[in-house]
Design a binder for this molecule. Sequence first.
Ligand code: ZN
Length: 260
Amino acid sequence: MRTLNLLNIIKSTKLETWSIIHKVLTTHNYISILAEELFKLYKLKSHKLRIPVMLIAHIDTMREHLMEDYGLNPEDPKVYSKGIIQTSTGLIKTTDNFPLGADDRAGIYTILKLVMTHNIKPKFILISDLEEYGGIGTEEFIFTLKRNPKLTRELKQLIALIQFDRKNWTDAIQYNKTRKIEPDEKLLALARKNGFKKKTGSFSDVALLTPYLQVPHLNLSIGYQHEHTLKERIHEPTLEKHIKSRIIPLLKSLSLEVEP
Ligand SMILES: [Zn+2]
């Protein structure tokens, strides 16, 4: 495994990224409980500091999808990583004709970083594929859960579903418009207390999960800008600060929500 850093995760192909995720999580007390082509679910083995949430990020990128559209092979590491650079100030961007794909590799990186470096242990971690095509991997995850009532019951006991799949640094989104999800004011208040502001958004995987599991969600900023365009970029040092100053305090405050 290459060292865990944001640039490496952004430059990795999807297959390489699946393998990094598996290696990091299984060496940090997680077991793979569902491993399908379009989603993977990991569960923490017993751990006294576990946080009763599911963290979610998606593995597919518009970089990969657009490369496929242009007849390139995004699974070729040379093709996929070509043109991705980091400047001396820590800004990661692309110099070729495809979006960077920090949407949502920044989300994947953050989950791994929390587990590996910061000893933050969410009870479940879901990595989805094909979010950019409307949440196809998550639809399949829900289909699988419908045939697994025991696991569904366990997931329904979580206190929040937290997705890292949003531009900027301080946005907190609860999807509610079309899918008739009631806003969870308590969770929004916790997000506000930790530096986030309520915003609206169109879609991410959690918009599908909450109606099925009846567990409230947030989709939080993870720092990329101009996603889906050639101007897509992310400033790595600011992401490290964001993880420490907003994400970790919020997750810790969620663990305090539960009776011992
Ligand atoms: Zn995304």
